[in-house]
Design a protein around this ligand. Structure first.
Ligand code: HEC
Length: 132
């Protein structure tokens, strides 16, 4: 539309664009578009994480790399932080679970352990127990 046209004053133009935006059909379509895209996002996320858990169980050796800075290489601590190398699965898993739930008081492990799922705790415990 050209505004050289006599009918095309500002008011007229505004009224027309408002008409388009506020059309009930347009509102419905917009609402549906939001609904559909958010639903797709949620189910997509669930699908991806479900697949990841099913196909790649946590790798204890990889997860354990982040413990080495404090507990020493392979869990054999050179300092005052306790060694966790060769402890039983139950010992490590129980400690991590109790740190996570707050049952066992700690300075850092309470916060750290919250980052690991039960499956990851099990994988970590099995990894350290397997080292002799
Ligand atoms: C920032 C240093 C740090 C990191 C990283 C760290 N820990 Fe610890 N860990 C500690 C300290 C300090 C303690 C003693 C409890 C406390 O004060 O938090 C401890 C205690 C533990 C204990 C209990 C040992 C015992 O005999 O009582 C376990 C099990 C443990 N950590 C496992 C891990 C695992 C598994 C990781 C890696 C996922 C890890 N920690 C990473 C510092 C760390």
């Amino acid at each position: 539309m050209s505004c050289d046209d006599k009918n095309c004053d500002d008011k007229n133009y505004d009224d027309k664009s408002r008409e388009l935006v506020m059309t009930p059909t347009f509102r419905l379509a917009a609402a549906l578009a939001v609904l559909v895209s958010s639903t797709a996002l949620v189910s997509g996320t669930a699908l991806v994480s479900g697949t990841a858990v099913a196909q790649t169980p946590p790798d204890g050796a990889v997860l354990a790399l982040s413990c080495a800075g404090c507990h020493g290489t392979g869990g054999a601590s050179p300092g005052s932080i306790p060694s966790i190398r060769g402890k039983t699965v139950e010992y490590v898993a129980t400690a991590l679970t109790e740190f996570k739930t707050g049952k066992r008081p700690a300075t850092v492990m309470d916060r750290l352990s919250k980052g690991y799922s039960d499956a990851e705790i099990k994988a970590l415990a099995e990894h350290f127990a397997s080292l002799r």
